[in-house]
Design a binder for this molecule. Sequence first.
Ligand SMILES: NC(=O)c1ccc[n+]([C@@H]2O[C@H](COP(=O)([O-])OP(=O)(O)OC[C@H]3O[C@@H](n4cnc5c(N)ncnc54)[C@H](OP(=O)(O)O)[C@@H]3O)[C@@H](O)[C@H]2O)c1
Length: 274
Amino acid sequence: MAFPYKKVLLIGATSGIGLEIAKRLAKEGIDVIAVGRRQSRLDEFVSKAADPGKAFGVAFDIAEIDKIPAFAQSITQAHPDLDCVILNAGIQYVMDFSKPHTVDVSKIQHEITVNYVSMVALTHAFVPFFQTNSTEKKESAIIYTTSGLITIPYPMVLNYCASKAALHSFILSVREQLGQNPDNQKINVVELVVPLVQTELHDGQPGWGPDFNPGMPVASFVDAAMAGLAAKTTTVAVGQAEALYAEFEAEKERRVGPQWAAIRKAFGKAQSFD
Ligand SMILES: NC(=O)c1ccc[n+]([C@@H]2O[C@H](COP(=O)([O-])OP(=O)(O)OC[C@H]3O[C@@H](n4cnc5c(N)ncnc54)[C@H](OP(=O)(O)O)[C@@H]3O)[C@@H](O)[C@H]2O)c1
C-alpha cells in the first residue's frame, strides 16, 4: 500500500524519525517540504533526494508562535497542492524536581511551547487551507507525533510526558470537532504513537551514549509507521507503544464519541457553537 497523500509538509525533518520518513516519502515520489531549524541538514536532504525538484527545505523555528500564521500562508501560497502536514518536531528535557535548584523553569515553558503550543498553533494555521480542500472533495491529513509516554508518564522526563499527553488530548477533541462539521470531513486527523527509538532526542541525557541506547532502530520504526499510515489507520501505535496504547488509551478512544454524543443530547444548544 502506498502513502495516501501527494505533497507533505514535514515539520521536524532534519534528524531521527522525521528525516527517515522524509527520505522514504521522497523515494516513493511524494513531494516533501522539509522543515527544521538546521539549514545545512535541509540542504543535504534536498540535494540527496532522488528527484531534488520534488524536495524542498524551509528553515523555521516553530517556537516562534507569532510567526506561524505567516509561515503557513507562505507554504500554502507556494504549494497550493499541499495535502498533508506531519507535525513531528519535538524536544525532551530531563529534570529533577527533588533538586529544584537544578530545574530551569524556562525549559519547562520551552518544552511545552515546542511540543504542544506550536502544534496547536500550526493546526489553527493550516485548518482553513484544508477546509478549502475538503469542500472541493480533496482529502487531506494532519498527522501528529506523540509518544507511548502519553499512557504512563516517566518521571525523568515528566514535563515532556505532560506535553505529549496534552497533545494527545487535543488530537482526540480536534478530530471530533472537524468530524462533526460536514465541511471538514475530508480532513483526516492521525496520531503516530512512538515507542523509544534511537534518535538524537536522547543525546546528552544522563547515562545515554554509544554504549546505552535501548530504543528501536529508526529504520524498523519507520517501516511499521509507514505501513500504518499507508493503511490510513487513525492511530498508528508502534512497538512497545502499541501494547501500551491498547492497554491504557484504546478504551478511552472508543468511549469518548458516545460520551460526547450523550453530553450533546443532554445539553443541546449549550454544547453547540451555532
Ligand atoms: N526517539 C524517541 O524515543 C521518541 C519516543 C517517543 C516520541 N518521540 C517523538 O518523535 C518525534 C521526533 O523525534 P526524534 O526522536 O526523531 O528526535 P530528533 O532526532 O531529535 O528530531 C527532532 C526533530 O524536531 C525538530 N525540532 C525541534 N525543535 C524544533 C523547533 N523549535 N522548530 C522546528 N523544528 C524543531 C528538529 O529539527 P531542528 O533541530 O533542525 O530544528 C528535528 O528535526 C518528536 O515529536 C518526539 O517527541 C520520539
